[in-house]
Design a protein around this ligand. Structure first.
Ligand code: ZN
Length: 389
């Protein structure tokens, strides 16, 4: 028998419906959405019990499009607000890759409670283990193994972790990510991107996160480069003398299958290149603020037609892994951004990107007949920001 979920307001996040339905109901049949519309209309059409959620705004389950779960134990252990080099120095001076599975499971549970339905994780040392943990959660996911350094294997397929539990669970994939253009050699980045293309998998890359990145790529000089060499991440370095976005374009890695993370230091010309390439962008505004690297031009990216998503980044540069925190941050600072446009950054937009390669993502991100019955409730703090404008 169907069941009606009634709420004061529902954000369907589909072009077929108004942005917000007032006094609405979503009709559920098992794990699937059967129908939705005004409560009075749904009540007439469908029998079954009513769960009245009261004065809440119901939205689709959210996507957190960039996380580093292997660093959950680093919460509160890095310096904040002083720029990238002091932050990363404090990070790498500690056991940053000591995965704490119990802590990761606790964070996943907390995310699910807050309505996260999908996450994209980046793991440098523990991808297979994180993949197993994600497979045992209720979440849809992309579990990226992040390649770094300048050793490219003869067979790029050997880079991709094989995780039986991930293949069997049907909710996610293992894939490959590049760390950044200065820390992963062009050959290795091309090999990882090439394999992702061949297998129809998503590909993620940190790009244009901080000004040291520009300096390293242009001039081959930065205290951060010295740190990478000293720590053994790189054995040699020749500056390509290009800024991040034009270099990514030259390497042939900008296309619909690529998710560019951060994009803080992009210029107007860079934004045009990204928009023309159809690559998606994931912004992590609270992480950028925590580290002290500046703010990405969210308005410029949206106006250029870029598919913009949001991620929290790891607990080494954020207080929690709830993407509604990123939404609140943006809404507070961008009065021109409305609630539904902000919700799209954690629902419809990432669903569009991840749907290309992950069937579970196709059934999330919007509330419509046939979609999965996965929801989030828009936090009151987010609604308050919008109502106080
Ligand atoms: Zn990251």
């Amino acid at each position: 028998m169907p069941e009606l979920l009634r709420a004061a307001s529902v954000a369907p996040m589909t072009p077929d419906q108004p942005p917000l339905l007032e006094d609405a109901a979503v009709v559920l049949e098992g794990d699937e959405i059967l129908d939705l519309g005004s409560y009075s209309h749904m009540k007439r059409l469908h029998g079954g019990p009513v769960r009245d959620l009261g004065s809440v705004t119901l939205a689709p389950a959210t996507f957190n499009s960039h996380v580093h779960l292997e660093m959950c134990h680093m919460l509160g252990r890095t310096v904040s607000g002083q720029g990238f080099v002091p932050w990363v120095t404090s990070l790498v001076s500690q056991p940053l890759y000591d995965l704490d599975p119990a802590r990761v499971r606790a964070e996943l549970f907390r995310m699910e409670q807050r309505g996260v339905g999908f996450l994209a994780d980046i793991s440098t040392r523990n991808a297979a283990k994180v993949g197993e943990i994600l497979a045992s959660s209720g979440l849809g996911f992309a579990s990226f193994f992040e390649v770094i350094g300048n050793e490219t294997p003869a067979d790029p397929a050997s880079l991709l972790p094989q995780v039986r539990d991930v293949d069997d669970c049907g909710r996610g994939v293992m894939s490959l990510a590049g760390h950044a253009l200065y820390s992963t050699s062009p050959e290795l980045i091309r090999a990882a991107k090439g394999l992702s293309l061949e297998r129809g998998l998503p590909f993620s890359l940190h790009l244009a996160e901080h000004t040291d990145e520009d300096t390293i790529l242009l001039y081959g000089k930065s205290p951060f480069l010295d740190l990478l060499m000293a720590r053994g991440y790189l054995t040699s370095y020749t500056a390509p003398e290009r800024r991040p976005v034009p270099l990514a374009q030259e390497l042939g890695i900008l296309d619909e299958g690529t998710l560019l993370v951060h994009c803080v230091t992009v210029t107007d010309a860079d934004v045009k290149i990204i928009a023309a390439s159809k690559a998606s962008v994931c912004l992590c505004p609270r992480s950028n603020e925590f580290i002290g690297v500046g703010e990405a031009p969210v308005r410029g990216l949206l106006d250029a037609g870029v598919n913009v998503c949001l991620g929290t980044d790891g607990l080494c540069s954020n207080a929690d892994l709830d993407p509604y925190g990123e939404v609140a941050w943006l809404l507070e600072r961008h009065p021109g951004l409305d609630l539904v446009a902000a919700l799209a950054l954690i629902t419809a937009n990432p669903a569009r990107y991840f749907s290309r390669s992950i069937p579970r993502a196709r059934r999330l991100g919007s509330l419509a007949p046939g979609q999965m019955a996965r929801f989030s409730i828009v936090p009151q703090a987010v609604l308050d920001i919008c109502s106080h404008r």
